[in-house]
Design a binder for this molecule. Structure first.
Ligand SMILES: Nc1ncnc2c1ncn2[C@@H]1O[C@H](COP(=O)(O)OP(=O)(O)OP(=O)(O)O)[C@@H](O)[C@H]1O
Ligand SMILES: [Mg+2]
Length: 343
């Protein structure tokens, strides 16, 4: 991508395939050829239906999953660069060819700069550790204190930053509510002074009444600490208020990406139009003009994705070209990218 104004994270042609035991071929093609960038200090929202690869994309950017191929660039530094070993043969089936070893840097310093907040706070906190130990462990790994007293002070400070009582450091995760547990998860992520945080559906496991509290807190932290977020959610209604830009994924691919307001007003990709038709709009004029679109057919499997445009089996406008050729992810209007042959 050619926009190099203060980009913190970018990926180019990123792919992540999961090998399936006993199966020939590349396995689950969970992330397919994604190229995006995230500017410093912005929130990029990421939406798409369950199983489309949002978590896999987030985790692969952090290299919690080893990428299959593509490039990951963090703050101007190439931290992964690998060639795709899977090539389509004459009959269309994918075969593995020998490629050179990918370029990879030591991730330890980047592990501190890039953090993740998980969807299910209770499952992501070790039940045998106190909250103080959970936060302290993050400080220990990166040696972020000078003395024991300094470490204890830092834990207290983090607890109060996320709105928890500093006396709670000796309690165990099960002694907290879901919302409080998520605050612990956020304190753990913040402990290492990160720059970039993948927020993987951080509020979907929480009670509706506390969802906005946690979102507001994440927004406040972003402003105070200058954080950059990749914010994953199932649906557009959650991300559209907090995201500067939104990316829409379908079956491992990025089908559209634009500034939030622009995406809401002018969705270009038929899949985005479908997603938007399901979101209630406060503007009555816009609401009347927007009919709910119901997609036909099931989501195909990422183990055996459709040829050409992956959306063609469910797209109301698909033509022969869509069945044959993969559409390019192109900038059709300033800052507005989409991958569709109809544009
Ligand atoms: N470790 C893994 N091994 C094999 N397949 C995996 C693994 N992790 C994810 N997948 C598969 O990759 C695809 C994308 O999964 P992913 O969890 O990234 O989707 P998602 O968009 O985050 O879904 P959800 O909204 O339900 O969280 C799915 O088909 C999933 O089954
Ligand atoms: Mg997920």
């Amino acid at each position: 991508m050619n926009k190099n104004d203060d980009i913190l994270v970018s990926v180019e042609h990123l792919k992540k395939y999961f090998h399936v035991k006993g199966m020939k071929g590349p396995g689950v093609q969970a992330v397919e050829d994604i190229s995006i960038f995230i500017r410093r200090g912005e929130t990029l929202g990421l939406v798409g239906e369950s199983g489309c690869g949002k978590t896999t994309l987030g985790r692969t950017i952090l290299q919690l999953h080893e990428p299959t191929s593509g490039k990951i660039i963090y703050d101007g530094e190439v931290i992964f660069d690998g060639e795709n070993p899977w090539k389509p043969g004459a009959d269309g089936t994918m075969t593995e060819v020998k490629v050179s070893k990918p370029k990879q840097v030591n991730m330890l310093p980047y592990r501190r700069k890039m953090q993740i907040i998980f969807q299910d706070p209770s499952a992501s906190l070790d039940p045998r550790m106190t909250v103080g130990e959970i936060i302290g462990e993050a400080l220990d790994i990166h040696k972020l204190y000078n003395s024991k007293a300094d470490r204890a002070d830092r834990i207290k400070e983090l607890l109060s930053t996320v709105g928890l009582n500093t006396e709670h450091a000796n309690r165990y995760p099960h002694e907290f509510s879901g919302g409080q547990q998520q605050r612990v998860g956020i304190a753990r992520a913040l402990a290492v002074n990160p720059e970039f945080i993948v927020c993987d559906e951080p509020i979907s496991a929480l009670d509706v009444s506390i969802q906005s509290q946690v979102v507001n807190m994440l927004e406040d932290m972003q402003h105070e600490l200058g954080l950059t977020y990749l914010f994953i959610a199932h649906d557009l209604s959650v991300v559209r208020h907090i995201s500067n830009r939104i990316g829409v994924m379908y079956l491992g691919t990025m089908v559209e990406l634009a500034e939030s307001y622009e995406l809401n007003r002018n969705p270009m990709h038929p899949y985005t139009q479908t997603l938007l038709s399901a979101v209630p709009v406060p503007d009555p004029q816009l609401s009347r003009s927007r009919q709910r679109i119901i997609l036909e057919g099931d989501i195909p499997s990422p183990m055996n994705p459709p040829t050409g445009c992956r959306f063609h089996t469910r797209c109301p406008h698909a033509t022969e070209k869509c069945r044959m050729e993969v559409p390019e992810f192109k900038e059709y209007a300033p800052e507005h990218w989409a991958a569709c042959h109809m544009l």
